[in-house]
Design a protein around this ligand. Sequence first.
Ligand code: NOJ
Ligand code: CA
Length: 544
Amino acid sequence: MAARLATVRSSARRQFAPEQAASPWWRDAVVYQVYLRSFADGNGDGIGDLAGLRARLPYLNWLGVDALWINPHYPSGGADGGYDISDYRAVDPEYGDVSDLEALVEDARALGLRVLLDVVPNHTSDQHPWFQAALADPDSPEAARYHFAPASEEPPNNWRSLFGGPAWSRTPDGRWYLHLFAPEQPDLNWRDPAVAEDFERTLRFWLDRGVSGFRVDVAYGLFKDADLRDNPGAYSPTLFGHGPEQAMTWNQPEVHDVWRRWRSVCDEYPDTMLVGEVCLADPEEIALYSRPDELHQSFSFRLLKSGWSAESFADGVRSALDAFGKVGAPVSWVLGNHDKDRQVTRFGGGEVGDARARAAALLTLSLPGSAYIYAGDELGLPQASVPDEAKKDPIFFRSGGERSGRDGCRVPMPWNATPGVGFSPRGSARPWLPIPAEWRRYAVSRQTRDDSSMLHLYRRALAVRAEHPALGSGEATVSRRGDVLTVRSTAEGRSVRCVVNMGEHTVLVRTAGTVLLSSAPQVSHTSGRSLALPANTAVWIAED
Ligand code: NOJ
Ligand code: CA
């Protein structure tokens, strides 16, 4: 199928030409997040890999994105979907090798696509040679690169793992070590200079191979309170992010110096960028990570974590625009990722969830800044129900099954309508997570043939966005009337409105102009100045 997709003409998209670009490519880029293990299996073992991804690059080109971010590709202990890395300067043999990655970067570049890698500096795998050396000898230099505490009855403090249970586990010789995630992910001690040095080597290793930058895992972590004081309160996964209740484990002031250092490394490589995962509750604190000499971007997760409510969306958009505006950085909008339930399901499931996910996509893609699309969201995949015995996510196991975990948003992509949905070449391989039989209906091959599909909506939206500077690189104002949210963006003297009806009834919207795109087929101007906008629908209108 991939071969039949026409290559998008390059004129619409910003190409690799740093010296000519009026503003850096990443400020308004649309980045496609590839969950490598689930994207495309090249060798038929049921696990997505670099060869599979490489073969599907024409699809990403056809879709019209600017860059891809690949979830961790490194050798790993396998305890947390690759976020427990045992060798930062290698490729897990399950995914290929370094030459496969180089070939991928080269092919992507030929199509005008940039490649971002994931880097995980807060913790390593317990299989990492440093941690193994630290276990073998408490006085080794490697032991100083982690947080160990002497053997005692009780752990050193009240810190909790984000995956459930205490953040301290015992070594075989009775010491405690810190892991803010799974026990297989020991936290690094960033006060040891050897840690910083090694990460700079890692950045250069991949930048030298032509990647365009990194998504930085847990960028609000790394440093912890030096005196290991108790956290004042408990973390709740229902909050927008961490705040003062978790003041001892996150957002320590020293971490900003690391990002200044990393920024200066990137500055040696033209056109590269860093985007940080900063899960803090306060948007102003998040934006501080993207001051001009720090990370180029930090994710804005408010829309990802907001329910379907105009008030909540308006607040999420406004607060992010205000906060990032103050530091002069673009907002990096996220509607879905590998850590949250799929949007269609989050927004209510079924037809309603589908309609809302379409509308939310148009809203997000109209906003100034860059947008991150999680693989499969362009197909409208719902959250899959994964049987407990097939689950892999440590959140499920560490919460004793209380939290269902993230496997349901990580199920492999359906490419065609055959029984194996075309994820593996011969279709017979057992995929690493079971794919629901009914997912054939979401297959790329089906959606490319259906003009009204979610996939075509995304593709059209990206094409329209590329033609209208107001979308993605405009100045925006946000207003709300009841359940109707309007974002008006202006660039080069031309304005586009994105109007979203988040209520339950059709509303008459008084606005003139040309309908550029709507998330549902039935929207058009009923008279010159008004438009009937059904529930759960968004529209883009170019003002005359
Ligand atoms: C954030 C990543 O997105 C998530 O998948 C991972 O489990 C944690 N960081 C720990 O690395
Ligand atoms: Ca494979």
